[in-house]
Design a protein around this ligand. Sequence first.
Ligand code: UD1
Ligand code: UDP
Length: 378
Amino acid sequence: MKVLTIVGARPQFIKAAVVSRTIAEYNLNACEPIQEQIIHTGQHYDQNMSDIFFDEMQIPRPHYQLAVGSGSHALQTGQMLIKLEEAMMLENPDMVLIYGDTNSTLAGALAAAKLHIPVAHVEAGLRSFNHNMPEEINRILADRVSSLLLCPTVEAVKNLASEGIPCPRLKAKVVNTGDVMNDAAIFYAKLSNSSWLEQNKLLPHQYILATIHRAESTDNPENLKNLMAALDMISRKHYPIVWPMHPRTRNLISSNPELSKLLATSAFKAIEPIGYLDMVCAEKHARLIVTDSGGVQKEAFFHKVLCVTMRTETEWVELVEAGWNMIAGLEPEKIVAAVEQMLMIDPQKLPWPDLYGLGNAGQNIVKELIKWSREQAR
Ligand code: UD1
Ligand code: UDP
């Protein structure tokens, strides 16, 4: 079986690291090995947004680097489509494997489906029900053309069912495999870089970790100003905040004099994006995590750290129901109030349910790929 894996953005490298490693392990004793080729669209390209993950997580080097880079949605997705189609026609894979909900996901799904190449979607079925998010459009469309929908949660399976997937007339299969990010958190926690705290002059459980990069948080300067004001207040009143800043956010702040001034005078500490092994250390030892990231919300839970989400909704609703995550919106006062409420809770005393599988999502996904390939051969 030949599989083409499409990645392009930071969280996809982390998810693909798990599945690629599992494929390599399976191949050690397989009569019919899986031949995997990785295509990197080039959506993320800075060393600390791309290469660092391939190096630290030992992800095989991509067979193709499409170097599409940044641009508007249409420009970026369009260029990916053109280049992916060319590579897919040359490689003629049995299946295309896509991850998550970025423009690279959508381009991979569309290019493959139009060439009649079956698509397997890792992280299928997530919904925020907010159609203003580019990610929501990407996921709905990717799921619609996928043959194998590999869901991370029970909720994701339910979301697909409510959209009529699987549909008896289309041969799509839906499976709850568990979440590959849980596998990653377990596997890489052993390798995490514990000197990161010392390097950043931080004490365990005496700081708050923040990340912000979503379009709805950053594209409107007023929203970004509000989030920065909230982080400033929290770091003055409660714990120091360390904020590995996504280049999107850094660029938007740099181009706005008012936000640049706010950054220069704020109490939080903005640093460059960090690698996954440092990130695991930063998350594990945080007193609290404040974020708009999808992946970081779950990682807080994996490392038993409480989280406040600076968004108006989340795809990971089970975290909110279990009390590990609080949706605070984008207003500074509400974010500060949510942080204060979460700081009152002792995470050691909070039940820690099995929401994302047993850390074997990578194996479940590889099993499904093999099963699917055998069913096609019949
Ligand atoms: C993308 C995904 C988002 C995901 C995030 C993960 C889409 C529509 N969005 O958002 O779902 O949560 O990745 O991090 O696919 N930039 C650099 N260097 C880089 C990469 C980006 O400077 O290596 C800057 C550029 O100014 C670029 C901006 O960041 O225009 C945004 O990058 P882009 O990939 O378009 O979207 P993200 O915000 O990263
Ligand atoms: N991450 C990282 N370094 C950072 C910030 C995030 O390694 O400086 C990791 C984080 O641990 C998680 C993933 O990147 O695994 C989440 O990516 P991001 O927040 O960019 O995207 P999202 O999950 O929201 O799509």
